[in-house]
Structure formats: C-alpha cells, structure tokens
Design a binder for this molecule. Structure first.
Ligand code: UD1
Length: 426
C-alpha cells in the first residue's frame, strides 16, 4: 500500500499545468462506442478512472491505443455485445454512461450497477426516466440494469433534479434516435458542453448544451473524429485552493478561467489575490484568510467537487464559516480526518460549521474519497509538521501526477510504500 507524506509549511511558487478534465473524459470515452469510425482523443488525463473506462471498452472488444501520455485512439467496431459485467464496472460511477452509449448504438444495454465515490444514495432514476421517454424498457436483475428498445424515438424529458449523469446518459441515448429529444432542466457543467462538442464533431446535432434546455436531433451515422478534451476545472480549483492554504504565488496554466469563476469568487472573498489571463490564473496568498460561507450548487454555482478542498482552507481562516452541501446527502466523511489535524468542525446534516484555528498540525489521515483526499493534501500543505495520507488510490483516481506537480511548485511531498522504513520513523 502506498502513502503520501507531506511536511507542511512550504509556500508554493512557480507554475503548474492542469490536465484534461476527468469528468469530460469519462463521458467522451464511452461516447466513442456510438461512432462508426476511429476517434483520436487528445488532452486525456492519465489517471485511474480514465484508464479504467478505456480498459472496459477494450475488454468489450474495442481497439484502444495510447499514442502518448495524453492521447488515446479508440476504434469501437469490435464491440459486438452491449454487456458490461460487474467485474468490469464495479469501481467506477461513470460506467453508468455505458448504458446510454450502448443503448444508443445497439438499442440494448446490460450494465452492472455502478460504484465510485460514496457520498450517500446515488440513484439513477432520472437516467432511466429519460430512456423510457425514448422508448426503452428497463429491469434490474442480478445487479445488472438491463435496458432495451425496439426503436429509439426522440421525446421530451424534464429532469426532476439537475443531474450531470442523467443529462449525459440521455444525450448519448438520443444522439442516434429518430427525431428530436429535448432535455429540460439539464445540467450545465463544462463537461456537458464538452461532450456535446465531441458528439457534434462526430456529426451529431446537439444544441443548447451549457443552457438548461438541450435539443438533440437524431442522426443515422456518426463518423470518427479528432478531439481535444477541456482542462479539468476541479483539478485547477484544487491547486488554487492549495495555494490559498499554503500561501505563495503560483501560475496555474492550461485552464479556462470562465469555468473557475465560482471558485475564484469565493477565494477572492476570503482575501486571495487572483489574476486571470487567457488560459491561466495566477493565485497569490500572503495573509491569513477571512471566513466565508459556501453553498454547493449545480454549475454555474460552487461545485460540490470543490467542497472538501474549500473546507480544508476554511479550517485556518479567521472566524466561523458555514459550508452547506446542497448536492449530496453525505459528503462530510472527511471532517473526521481534518479533526485529527486540529480542525474544529461540527456537522449537522448537510451543514458543516468550521471555527477557524490559527494552525493545523500534521497527523496520520485517510483519503475517504477522491476530493476528500485532495482536501487532505491541501490541509497538510498548510499544516505544521508531518502528515501521512493513506488510501491514496482514491486520489490517484482523479489527479494526474499529483505528487510530482506539487513537488515542482515547492511542496515537501513524496509517495512511499507503507513498508518503506521512512514511514515507520515518521
Ligand atoms: C457528477 C460528477 C460528480 C459530481 C456530481 C455533481 C462525473 C463523473 N461525476 O456525478 O463528480 O459530484 O456530478 O456535480 O461527472 N440524482 C437523482 N436521480 C438521478 C441522478 C441524480 O436524484 O437519477 C441526484 C443525486 O442523488 C444528487 C444530484 O442528483 O443529489 C446530482 O447528481 P448527479 O449530477 O447525477 O451526479 P453524478 O452525475 O453522479
């Protein structure tokens, strides 16, 4: 088992390059199934979740080649059976996108119920509601969701909750359906727009992505394409938060500043200086931060996937902050870990009340999920002394070269095996 060891207290300086967006990549890779040609996808992050979804396509019969660290070439024509078993998909929430892609291509899909981060109940009722509107039936049998249609015909879907996953899945199922599908109350996240752009580059007709009404006019064929994935909004936000916690002056490159607006606004409210350029942001922190309140919302609101990271910074801000998690039921499991470092946080349902302390102190902690793991790194960078983070496989699911990138901007960070003697003496 591997751990990350951080000696806190170093200020961060220099430049860091953000990788392609995980959540766009895990939607775009399954979308390739719909293509009648070969797709070359660039700016793909080299992380577990992406490698896993690519592996799933490979095991289903697709040809998957990694041309270099960030480029995949996928030819889906070898996929003959629209079935993804539990063994293949259990580690990945986004494997549910196989449902929409396989249904769109084969009019049939059998996909095991997905895994992924555990932040409470993760229903798929809105995905299935969309498939039903398009004419598909579904049953759940032996842990598999089985969806099937004689033919897919466009229709009107109103989502009861704004769901990224349901919006993606319905777009994927509708892209080759007969006629027009309208998705109302659709998610507006940057990766929804990226998926629509990818589908359109294959010859699809998807309009309105990025607004709350998406219209998909079905087409018969989709060709191969070459497409470059957008930068990762959450990875960028994580580095911004790290500078805000540890202090320093870092240029964060390969970002779309517009995608970071809600994060930038919150950090500025706390007293961080942020300069925006065409495709980079410079983050400067040179004083103790002010408290603030944060409520997570679907895009363009403050992203739930940045909630643990912002909470980590607030543990050392001046005053009392309230964090309201309005998307997921149970996304405060990491609070226990921050308390080990001296944070004063109380949780009541979807609210966390954080009393800012002067200084966190290093401690042994766990990454309870992907973004919780990012929060541990951030807290550790700002803490005094040594922090050991366990269960880092969660972090590696979503952050490319995280240790190398932080070390390059001055963090005292390393990855070690648990049987490494340096850990025992820590
Ligand atoms: C995606 C992101 C995840 C992020 C989340 C919210 C990916 C791979 N993952 O997850 O990192 O935290 O968006 O921004 O992109 N809901 C229902 N019924 C459904 C579907 C969802 O009630 O059928 C509810 C969920 O319980 C949750 C809310 O809708 O409360 C948002 O979920 P959703 O946007 O679907 O999240 P994911 O797509 O799973």
């Amino acid at each position: 088992m591997e751990k990350i060891i951080i000696n806190g207290g170093n200020k961060l300086h220099g430049q860091v390059k953000i990788s392609g967006a995980k959540n766009a990549a895990v939607a775009i890779i399954p979308a390739v199934i719909l293509s009648d040609g070969v797709c070359r996808i660039e700016n793909v992050p080299d992380i577990q979740d992406v490698n896993l979804i690519a592996q799933i396509l490979f095991e289903m019969g697709a040809s998957v080649k990694r041309l270099d660290k960030s480029t995949l070439e996928i030819d889906p024509k070898g996929i003959r059976e629209p079935v993804a078993t539990y063994d293949l998909v259990r580690h990945m929430r986004a494997s549910s996108y196989l449902m929409g892609a396989l249904l769109g291509k084969f009019k049939r899909a059998e996909v095991a119920l997905p895994g992924g981060c555990d932040f409470g109940v993760r229903p798929v009722d809105q995905h299935l509601k969309g498939f039903t509107v398009l004419g598909a039936n579904h049953i759940v049998e032996s842990g598999m969701i089985k969806v099937k249609a004689d033919k897919l015909v466009g229709g009107h879907v109103y989502l009861d909750v704004v769901s990224v996953g349901a919006t993606v899945n319905i777009m994927l199922a509708a892209v080759k359906a007969e006629g027009r599908t309208t998705i109302e109350n659709a998610a507006k996240e940057p990766h929804i727009v990226d998926l629509a752009n990818f589908l359109n580059s294959m010859g699809a007709d998807v309009r309105g992505a990025g607004t709350d009404v998406i219209k998909v006019n079905g087409v018969k064929h989709l060709n191969g394409t070459t497409y470059s994935i957008i930068p990762d909004q959450i990875e960028a936000g994580t580095y911004m938060a790290a500078v805000a916690c540890a202090g320093g002056d870092v240029m964060i490159n390969n970002v779309i500043p517009k995608h970071l607006e809600s994060i930038t606004a919150k950090l500025r409210e706390m007293g961080v200086t942020i300069e925006e350029y065409d495709d980079s942001v410079r983050v400067i922190k040179d004083r103790r931060l002010r408290r603030c309140n944060v409520k997570t919302m679907p895009h363009p609101g403050f992203p739930t996937d940045m909630q643990p990271q912002i909470a980590a910074i607030l543990t050392m801000a001046d005053g009392t902050s309230i964090v309201n998690e309005a998307v997921w039921d149970n996304r405060f499991r990491y609070v226990e870990e921050l308390r080990r470092m001296g944070a004063e946080i109380s949780v009541d349902g979807k609210l966390a009340v954080i009393e800012g302390v002067e200084q966190l102190k290093g401690a042994p902690v766990k990454a309870t999920d992907l973004r919780a793991g990012a929060a541990m790194i951030i807290a550790a960078l700002g803490a005094k002394g040594k922090t050991q983070i366990e269960d880092i496989r969660h972090i590696e699911r979503g952050y490319e070269d995280v240790v190398e990138k932080f070390a390059a901007i001055g963090a005292d960070i390393k990855k070690v095996r648990s049987d490494d003697p340096t850990v025992k003496t820590a």
